[in-house]
Design a protein around this ligand. Structure first.
Ligand SMILES: O=C(O)CCC(=O)C(=O)O
Ligand SMILES: [Fe+2]
Length: 297
């Protein structure tokens, strides 16, 4: 059907039409049905060499950054196996390009509404063998029931070929409908839980794909059993009222300019929150009015 500029779903008609143009409407159907989807490299709207440039940059940062700068890297028991690099948006303008990629924008807005904000940008980098990352959803600190529409979502640039052997993400299809965190008993047996392993599926994705999932979807990773480098850059977006996990105050002005007004907005540069004695700016409050009415705003 033809989708017009429908007022009742302010913002969504535009996003939906962009999804059609990019050829990723089926990905939206998969996301709705299963809680996750994989967008093929040629549908991201980015040049063919983009993912390899992002991989090179991420490896360059990893080589430069002291492991101990990251607190979690010092913990024996931690949320995710392997190495993580945080706050990437502050580190290079290429990460702004990753976030503003047409398919990434469409999916973030589809899931978190037009007023979405950047929540975090984190690289999950593994070299050599790695134990599984335990089953979880990305809604840290949200008590059940998590709203069906989700408070966060994950749009991940897969930068190396993701296979079961390379320790790809492991999903429980349909779990986004449960609106809560899994209990330890609900983890698959291969993670030390009691659930049958065949309830879970690997995200199989070529380097350059976008793995996209709802913030309520139960996921973890398969054990990494090969020696290849394995990396994805997770762009987490959140709803306008969520306190982002990372601070973006130090993103250079030149990067903000490069990203444009929508990028600046998503980084909170025009957020109504965070005021002092002067109180909020009314025009900024009006920017989230549509979100008060519908999940699309
Ligand atoms: O790669 C991993 O170990 C975990 C990744 C993850 O949980 C995520 O991207 O949300
Ligand atoms: Fe996660």
């Amino acid at each position: 059907m033809q989708i017009g500029d429908w007022k009742a779903v302010a913002g969504m008609a535009d996003v939906y039409n962009q999804a059609r143009e990019l050829g990723i409407e089926t990905n939206i159907a998969e996301l709705e049905a299963f809680g996750f989807t994989v967008i093929e490299p040629d549908k991201t709207g980015m040049p063919a060499d983009f993912a390899s440039r992002l991989m090179d940059k991420t490896q360059e940062l990893a080589a430069k950054e002291d492991l101990n700068v990251v607190d979690l890297n010092k913990q024996a028991v931690r949320p995710a196996a392997g190495r993580q690099l945080f706050n990437l948006i502050t580190k290079d303008p290429l990460y702004a390009d990753a976030m503003m990629a047409p398919a990434a924008q469409v999916m973030a807005k589809y899931m978190m509404g037009a007023s979405y904000r950047l929540y975090s940008m984190v690289a999950f980098l593994k070299e050599g063998h790695a134990i599984p990352t335990p089953l979880h959803n990305d809604s840290t600190g949200v008590p059940p029931p998590i709203p069906f529409y989700g408070n966060v979502c994950n749009v991940s640039w897969v930068l190396t070929d993701y296979t079961k052997e390379s320790g790809t993400l492991c999903m429980q299809p349909g779990s986004h409908r449960l609106c809560r965190m899994p209990t330890q008993a609900e983890w698959p047996k291969f993670m030390g839980g009691q659930a049958e392993d065949d309830l879970f599926v690997p995200v199989l994705a070529k380097a350059g794909s976008l793995a996209v999932f709802h913030g309520n979807t139960w996921h973890g990773t398969y054990p990494k059993t090969n020696d290849a480098v394995r990396c994805h850059v997770a762009i987490a977006a959140c709803r306008n009222y969520v306190n982002p996990a990372e601070t973006f105050a130090s993103v250079p002005e030149s990067t903000v300019q490069r990203g444009g007004p929508e990028f600046a907005r998503a980084l909170g540069r025009t957020a109504w929150q965070g005021y002092g004695t002067e109180g909020p700016k009314y025009d900024r409050m009006l920017m989230v009015r549509a979100a008060t009415g519908t999940v699309y705003g």
